[in-house]
Design a protein around this ligand. Structure first.
Ligand SMILES: [Zn+2]
Length: 236
């Protein structure tokens, strides 16, 4: 099982690893990785894997297949046992971290203030999308929630990561508002705690302080049906 370094340190950009398996010449499993695999509505990391003899392989996609984090590279040549240096495409990852943390704030406000639940989300480097169980479309309410979210962001609250037991986590249904790619089966649940605002069970990458998010802007809202409204936002 690959050690997922991003779980403990979302700011790790460079690390050494060893190639554990290679499939179809291009799907690489490492002993440890900070490349976040697509999951929980958040896009994957890209970057490079470099061998001892300075051969560079671009990681074009990271996903989870049969429970393993798999890196798709653009070239053949990596072999089991290779010692490699890995580098994240940090600009991309950091933007995804900002979008992801922004989605926490927005979904927290929508739930706390209006009792609305987020039923899905998709976060890319271009925009964020959340799906709401809102019955009748209310764009003013959504804009107000974004305004309230921006006020919370300005409070510069710290974001802390720690683990609690699954038993304790399951006692608090509020921990599972924004489903983000963690497994209920594991014994310890990773908690993302936006101090004084909201806690979520979550396996993703977040910024350390809300002041890193910037500002959330409303883009548009689409009526996808009863109890299904889709909201697009951007951050600046
Ligand atoms: Zn999260």
């Amino acid at each position: 099982m690959t050690e997922a370094l991003y779980m403990n340190d979302s700011y790790l950009k460079q690390w050494n690893a060893e190639v554990k398996s290679v499939s179809n010449d291009k799907f690489i499993v490492l002993d440890k990785t900070a490349f976040f695999p697509k999951g929980g509505g958040v896009e994957w990391d890209t970057g490079i894997i470099k061998t001892d003899d300075e051969k560079i392989f671009n990681v074009v996609y990271t996903g989870k297949f049969s429970g393993e984090i798999s890196h798709e590279v653009d070239n053949k040549g990596l072999e089991i046992g290779n010692k490699v240096k890995c580098n994240l495409n940090w600009n991309r990852r950091y933007l995804l971290m900002r979008y992801h943390t922004a989605a926490h704030i927005l979904s927290g406000v929508l739930f706390n203030e209006y009792g609305l639940k987020v039923t899905g989300n998709q976060l890319t480097t271009e925009k964020g999308r959340i799906d709401l169980n809102m019955n009748v479309m209310d764009v003013e309410l959504i804009k107000k929630a974004i305004e309230q979210s921006n006020k919370i962001i300005k409070k510069n609250l710290p974001v802390e990561i720690y683990s609690i037991s699954r038993l304790n986590a399951e006692k608090d249904p509020n921990l599972f508002k924004l489903a983000a790619g963690f497994k209920h089966k594991i014994d310890n649940i990773r908690i993302v705690d936006i101090k004084g605002f909201d806690k979520q069970a979550d396996g993703g990458c977040h910024v350390k302080n809300l002041n890193e998010i910037g500002k959330i802007n409303f883009v548009n809202a689409v009526n996808k049906g009863k109890n299904f409204k889709r909201v697009y936002f951007q951050i600046e």
